[in-house]
Design a protein around this ligand. Sequence first.
Ligand SMILES: N[C@@H](CCC(=O)N[C@@H](CS)C(=O)NCC(=O)O)C(=O)O
Length: 209
Amino acid sequence: MATLMLYHAAPSRSSIVRWMLEELGEPYDIHLLTLTKGEQHAPDYLAINPMGKVPSLRHGDVIITESAAICTYLADEFREAGLSIPIGDPKRGPYLKWLFFGPGCIEPAMVDRAYPRQEQPRRGTLGYGDYDTVMEVTAKAVAAGPYLMGEQFTAADVVVGSTLRWGLMFNLVPERAEFADYVERLESRPALQRAVTFDQELANATSSS
Ligand SMILES: N[C@@H](CCC(=O)N[C@@H](CS)C(=O)NCC(=O)O)C(=O)O
């Protein structure tokens, strides 16, 4: 048994971590949950993630939840894969910013676009401010490329890139060349291609069982 175990449902936000694991090249096991059967709310799983959500990652005795936290953890823990920016490097600041900006700003801006609120909160009360600014800031950041941190591909690309891929699929991000080109660069990575293929196989197997 590998020391890394991903609690996974395919496809879902745990696919973000599956891609990260494929980028790392470390062996890992999968514990599959069927969300439609409510397995994420079973007591055994709630003991792992009391939020009743995937992903969760077990690394030896350590349990980590929240996809961006898991990717940050893995990048630091397996430094030799080169997916992290180390403490002391001035680029660590912007790197962490993007790891938090993904789930803290891009994702909620997209979800509010998909399910508009009855009453729009004041801009100052929303952590992400407003949709247009989030998209403008993100588009500028991915425009130069090839990656968020320049030449180095990092865990921040896994987190932000996964969210933008999802946003493009469901028309929740604007049709801008910056997003399309960035996602195309990411989709040419063998690790993402492997993760997508594995997840497709899992999804097919689950739907036919
Ligand atoms: N903030 C969490 C969100 C996780 C999440 O919402 N996962 C969904 C799948 S995409 C889930 O487990 N849904 C099942 C449920 O809420 O019952 C993360 O990024 O890890």
